[in-house]
Write a protein that binds this ligand. Structure first.
Ligand code: PMP
Length: 388
């Protein structure tokens, strides 16, 4: 007569209390469940109830951008001002189905009507794989994915236009990347999905021509699929807005309503609570992670330098969303396989244009997932000393 419970993959037994020797921990994917406890605490104030008759139309009443809630736009500008992570005054805003859709919209906007297509899309290695996946899938006559900006040297045609995607902080390694290419033939899209105090000190407000942000990594609501772009140039804004209109006839109003409700909670108390919660959770996880791998000769972590954070008014170390683990020793070592043998599923370096000796492990999943990851890493490190 034991209670029926659904154990997660790492526990077994009638009351899910026995650690399973067969357990494999999933440290792949960027599901940001580390923020779930914050929302459990704010369950009532963040809840959305929508009556059946509410907001049935395609459009809001605003004539200029009828697919977007103006209230939400105002909240986003207020949030950027509070956090100090981006200039939002005198910038146009476009909403999208996550920043994923906005990245496609930005590439479309910056590559259409070029005198010498296709534009070459570049992103420094290691880079987020979706940039290439999108470009390859669309097979556009206007753009193609080239890879690392250093490959530009091989491009002989001097009139080639480049679109550099600068991911800052970077996925997978959390570094505050800067553009490599300069000059009139280079345009830049800044992917700032992780430019929030949870993951990085904020040295200064970002002020790129096209910048994308997402609710996914700010509040953790990846499933709501809500992102926004801040854009300087009106023509680029119009093209991105048109892309969103033709591609999906705008953003779900239900998601916009949910985003508004969540941002109201985020903005309470000058945005301090969620950002302190997010930062403290990530900081503690990084402390544990560093300690766990500190004696390892097989595995090393990326550097996480400190910067002055204008939001917290303190010097803070990076606390990235992902650990970018390097397997030391021979260059050809398959680090993903090595970790898998120790019961850890990571994402291999080759997915990010890097070597096989690198693996990305998620630091932003649920506390359970993180704790099991640490247990597995501890076991791997103790094997090195012949203890395990
Ligand atoms: N950019 C980066 C660097 C990401 O890591 C992600 C999500 N993993 C995205 C964009 C896409 O996020 P979303 O579509 O959920 O906004």
């Amino acid at each position: 007569n034991y209670p029926i419970c659904e154990c997660n993959t790492c526990y077994e037994g009638p009351d899910c209390s026995q650690f399973s020797s067969l357990c494999v921990v999933d440290a792949d994917g960027g599901n940001p469940l580390f923020l779930e406890p914050f929302w459990v605490k704010h369950a009532a104030s963040s809840a959305v109830v929508v009556a059946g008759w509410h907001r049935m139309s395609y459009a809001y009443d605003s004539a200029a951008t009828p697919l977007m809630s103006q209230e939400l736009e105002k909240k986003i500008r207020k949030l950027h001002k509070l956090v100090g992570n981006a200039v939002s005054d005198n910038r146009f805003i476009v909403f999208g189905v996550g920043s994923t859709q906005l990245l496609a919209a930005a590439i479309y906007a910056l590559s259409s009507n070029l005198s010498n297509p296709p534009a070459q899309i570049v992103a420094s290695v290691p880079h987020y794989p979706v940039y290439q996946a999108q470009a390859d899938m669309f097979r556009s006559v206007d753009f193609e994915f080239l890879g690392d900006p250093s490959l530009r040297k091989n491009t002989t045609d001097l009139s080639t236009e480049f679109i550099e995607i600068v991911t800052s902080p970077n996925n997978p390694d959390g570094q505050l990347n800067r553009p490599i290419l300069q000059g009139s033939s280079a345009k830049t899209v800044y992917d700032h999905a992780y430019y929030w105090p949870h993951f990085t000190p904020i040295p200064a407000p970002a002020d790129g021509d096209v910048m994308t942000f997402t609710l996914s990594k700010l509040t953790g609501h990846a499933g709501s699929r809500f992102g926004w772009a801040l854009i300087k140039d009106e023509e680029v804004f119009k093209k991105m807005y048109m892309f969103i209109t033709i591609n999906s006839m705008g953003m779900s109003h239900d998601s916009q309503l949910r985003a508004l409700k969540l941002l109201n909670v985020v903005l309470e108390g000058n945005g301090k609570e969620i950002h302190e919660f997010g930062y403290e959770t990530m900081r503690k996880r990084w402390e544990v992670l560093r300690k766990t791998l500190s004696s390892s000769k097989r595995f090393s972590l990326q550097e996480t330098p400190s910067h002055f954070c204008s939001f917290s008014q303190k010097v803070r170390e990076l606390s990235p969303a992902f650990a970018w683990v390097k397997c030391e020793g021979e260059e050809e070592v398959d680090c993903t396989a090595m970790l898998l043998a120790g019961g850890i599923i990571g994402r291999g370096g080759s997915m990010f244009g890097a070597e096989k000796r690198y693996v990305r492990l998620s630091v932003l999943r649920s506390q359970d997932d993180f704790d099991i990851l640490i247990q597995k890493l501890e076991a791997l490190v103790s094997e090195e000393d012949g203890v395990g």
